[in-house]
Design a binder for this molecule. Structure first.
Ligand SMILES: Cc1cc2nc3c(=O)[nH]c(=O)nc-3n(C[C@H](O)[C@H](O)[C@H](O)COP(=O)(O)OP(=O)(O)OC[C@H]3O[C@@H](n4cnc5c(N)ncnc54)[C@H](O)[C@@H]3O)c2cc1C
Length: 411
């Protein structure tokens, strides 16, 4: 039998929350990060893979090198079993991994809510691989000489970003029809009301049909069936309708919310379990806030600081989510800056979104190394070529770019 591994601090999941926790812990701590995937993935921009203005390499960093540069150990493996009572994890490769303190940062996966045929016939929209596959499939379909129908399920921020990228790449293709289906009475139901009207204005002349207050009952290879009895033809169904906790935790003895997220106290320590902190999308804190990468980064750092406080015999501190505005992209048609109930819209804001991406991903990269500097330079040049320069294609585009609109009132 393989020898058991043991580390003082084990971080399960090495993306935004897990990697931020690892980078916050000094090299003097005995830390291991476990993740089955070799790449750190920048998920907030994966919609841009749908139009192929970004390539997978723009959104990925080598996870092992980043963890090792921080003085820690990277284990490329999947945790399959959680024995919190024994402080022991079962790795997919067969080994046992014991810990004193564990940070759970496994994030979530796409949730099809058990809709018949969704798993087999709809493409999920959660990871770099998912969105790169959607981009390739769209390119193939668009090259075929026939009418094309695309259905986006979910009209939240992911659905709006997916729709925007399909329009960026293919809105001039003849015989294209796009449907977006949302259960709530309007798009972006958990955000400001103004977004729905702003998106509708932008697509007024485009071949898009919005179906709000509609539930998907069944998905087949060629159709999406709605509860109202409508059937939408679909050559490609993109599923953005929800998320649930990573399935590896199913069956683990840990307090969960109804949708599977792990209940934590205000200090991100897991209730009723010693030595377990939870950070990022997986955490269900007493006061809920949006599952966003910038919160996941802050939570990872906060969990690490609380672990260090406990080791020094100090009290842990509560986590306070920062009140950052959110940038929602709508392809090259518009970008929305959302702050509480206020919205500012302008295609020029795409540059701000790209700036946040370039600066934050560079913050995770190994800029001390030549390879890291080359990656950062390559990302910047490709963004200039694919995102910025095409915006200055015509005088009409330039006038459109300068339009700035303000909306208000949360619904
Ligand atoms: C399309 C889209 C657009 C988004 N746009 C934005 C945006 O504009 N702004 C923003 O701030 N946020 C955005 N988000 C949300 C953001 O991506 C998430 O909040 C963020 O990824 C959460 O980080 P995390 O570290 O908690 O989890 P994740 O990023 O999901 O990482 C979880 C990690 O855990 C690993 N893992 C899973 N199971 C196991 C296991 N059993 N063993 C070991 N490792 C495991 C996974 O491989 C993964 O690396 C967007 C998300 C999507 C999908």
């Amino acid at each position: 039998m393989a020898r058991a591994l043991s580390h003082e601090i084990v971080i399960v999941g090495g993306n935004f929350a897990g990697l931020s926790a690892a980078l916050e812990l000094p090299a003097a701590c005995d830390v291991a990060v476990v993740d089955p995937h070799p790449w750190f993935e920048w998920r907030p921009n994966i919609h841009e893979l749908v139009s192929e203005v970004k390539k997978p390499r723009d959104l990925r960093l080598p996870r092992r090198r980043i963890v090792e540069e921080a003085g820690h150990r990277f284990l490329r493996d999947r945790v399959r079993g959680f024995d919190f009572a024994r402080r022991s994890l079962q790795l997919g490769g067969g080994r046992r991994l014991d810990y004193e303190t564990c940070v759970l940062a496994l994030g979530g996966v796409s949730n099809d809510f058990g809709v018949a045929g969704a798993a087999a016939n709809a493409m999920s929209f959660k990871t770099v691989d998912d969105c790169a596959a959607i981009g390739r499939r769209l390119r193939t379909l668009a090259g075929e000489k026939r009418a094309l129908s695309i259905v986006v399920v979910g009209g939240g921020f992911e659905g709006i970003e997916a729709l925007g990228e399909v329009l960026r790449a293919y809105r001039r293709r003849p015989d294209l029809e796009i449907h977006i289906v949302e259960m709530a009475p309007r798009l972006m139901a958990d955000g400001p009301k103004a977004i729905d009207a702003m998106v509708r204005r932008r697509i007024a002349d485009l071949p898009v049909r919005i179906h709000c207050s509609e539930t998907v009952l069944r998905v087949t290879a060629r159709r999406v069936y709605l509860e109202s009895g409508r059937r939408l033809p679909s050559d490609l169904t993109i599923w953005t309708a929800g998320a649930r906790a990573a399935p590896s935790l199913d069956g683990a003895a840990v307090p969960r919310s109804r949708d599977g997220w792990i209940k934590v106290g205000r200090d991100l320590a897991c209730r009723d379990l010693d030595g377990v902190f939870v950070a990022g999308d997986l955490a269900d804190p007493p006061r809920r806030f949006a599952k966003q990468a910038y919160h996941a980064i802050d939570m990872g750092r906060h969990a690490a600081r609380n672990i260090l406080r406990r080791r020094r015999g100090e009290d842990t501190l509560p986590f306070a989510p920062s009140d950052k505005p959110m940038l929602l992209a709508f392809g090259d048609l518009d970008t929305f800056l959302i702050s509480g109930s206020r919205v500012v819209a302008s295609p020029l804001l795409a540059a701000a979104k790209e700036g946040v991406f370039q600066a934050t991903i560079a913050g995770f990269d190994i800029l001390r190394s030549r390879a890291g500097r080359q990656r950062a330079g390559g990302r910047g040049l490709r963004a200039l070529k694919n995102l910025v320069l095409p915006k200055f294609g015509s005088a009409r585009d330039l006038v459109g770019l300068l339009s700035l609109r303000v909306g208000g009132t949360r619904g």
